[in-house]
Design a protein around this ligand. Structure first.
Ligand SMILES: [Zn+2]
Length: 306
């Protein structure tokens, strides 16, 4: 059992929430999260061993099935993935200093569609790493460098101008080592772009143990604002922006929590969920318009290497 906070190492934590395995077939396991009283990080106290994590990333895992899970509506869902990639590329462009060619590393790239778009739109030299090659082994991404490795074992052949971590850091088992490795992989003045769930949000408070930000047992750490200041020390890093929204649609996170609450079978086709989802999205649209002003479940942090 983990008692020390993975961010500040304090052992002064107390029980915060218990959840079942999420986005997974029902089982008896319970996952206990504690909250650190020093830095307010929330962390999983009884993670599964890294060797058995595969059990939670089966071929039926919804993000792996992607658009295909939606049957005859798959093209609509594929288009929303393209919109997400486009938002991410635009965001990276905003933080780039004028540079003709730049190098980008995407940690936990999965299907590297974001990197591919960055290459087309921004003249980027893209490298993607992931512990699994499921995301690219059946496709051809000739101009990208894609490596099946953990961040700990990654041996970069160059240093990078930008490193993106779209929903990666909350999965990491060795945060301190990872932050050191990211530092070594970045050029001075290079940017880290980190998107993670925000437990201190309206969707987390409303959906409690069903909130998909817990994603048990895949998520190890849920970050507070202070977590980032502790993890990215000011002698080496500068936090440029901390937004309480991200590129991933807050509605999507909320909808996934709602499906968890309804105990759907995550292995089934999502086809029958399509029109109810469109209806919900339409009626809740006015509320999600405030995404940039209310903490709805996603946070995005941009950090510069000094
Ligand atoms: Zn702490």
């Amino acid at each position: 059992m983990i008692v020390n906070c993975p961010v500040c190492s304090s052992d002064n934590g107390s029980y915060y929430i218990a959840t079942k395995a999420l986005m997974h077939k029902a089982n008896q396991e319970r996952y206990i999260f504690n909250k650190c009283s020093s830095c307010h990080t929330v962390f999983l106290t009884n993670p599964v061993k890294e060797e058995v994590l595969d059990t939670y990333y089966t071929d039926n895992y919804l993000p792996y099935k992607g658009a295909a899970a939606w049957g005859k509506y798959s093209s609509f869902v594929a288009r929303s993935q393209q919109t997400l990639d486009f938002k991410r590329v635009q965001l990276v462009a905003r933080y780039l200093k004028s540079k003709k060619v730049f190098t980008i590393l995407d940690v936990g790239c999965g299907n590297p569609s974001f990197l591919n778009l960055a290459l087309q739109k921004l003249n980027a030299e893209g490298t993607g790493i992931d512990f699994s090659d499921n995301g690219w082994k059946n496709s051809s991404f000739d101009k990208l460098r894609l490596i099946k490795t953990s961040i700990a074992n990654f041996k970069p052949s160059c240093s990078f101008d930008v490193i993106t971590l779209w929903h990666y850091l909350e999965h990491d088992y060795n945060l301190q080592e990872t932050v050191n490795k990211l530092y070594d992989c970045l050029n001075t003045g290079g940017k880290l772009i980190i998107e993670v769930p925000d437990y201190n949000s309206i969707s987390a408070r409303k959906q409690k143990q069903y909130w998909q930000g817990w994603h048990s047992p895949r998520h190890m750490t849920l970050f507070s604002e202070k977590s980032f200041h502790v993890l990215f020390k000011s002698d080496k890093w500068k936090i440029i922006d901390h937004h309480k929204y991200g590129t991933l649609d807050a509605f999507t996170l909320w909808w996934l929590g709602r499906m968890e609450q309804q105990q759907i079978n995550w292995s089934d086709s999502m086809e029958s969920k399509f029109w109810p989802l469109v209806f919900l999205k339409t009626v809740s649209f006015p509320f999600f318009l405030f995404e940039k002003f209310l903490p709805l479940g996603i946070q995005l942090v941009v950090i510069e290497k000094k």
